[in-house]
Design a protein around this ligand. Sequence first.
Ligand SMILES: [Zn+2]
Length: 181
Amino acid sequence: MKSNDLEGLFMARKRNKELMKFAEEIGGEEAIEVIKALEKKGEATDEELAEVTGIRVNTVRKILYSLYDNQLAEFRRTRDKDTGWYYYYWRLETKRLPEIIKAKKMQELKKLKEVLDEETREIYYHCGTPGHPRLTFDEAMEYEFRCPLCGEMLMQYDNTEIVKELQERIKKLEKELGLKA
Ligand SMILES: [Zn+2]
């Protein structure tokens, strides 16, 4: 095997992993099944995919349109001369996958940074009971430092762990995106 082949194999596996992760986000296990079936067949109609996977055709169609919306699938339409019905032949289109994944990660990074910013800017208050709301200083003032749910005294909430986790996730994403070494 030439090194080029190995490289190609590695890229294909990486691409596949990312595609499956994306599939799971848009339609869970069923989307993964549909994509696997489509990849195997190369080109298929929604009915064929439903038959192969055992997933209802409406669900298959929904998954295909989600893929299409994300520019990860394409179709060609043919018309049956006798019945006049249209048939849609679907296939995967993964050229834009790296770009799509990158955009999603950038979006996530932006959101995480906003949350981190808020977590480091605010001082939070909490009554100590899990599930009860965490209030900002202004909110706590409004409630006279009493929990709006149980009426217990609010104490300053230590968010060190949350901040640490956010920082770690940001660092990991930045590394994945090649923004920081
Ligand atoms: Zn409470």
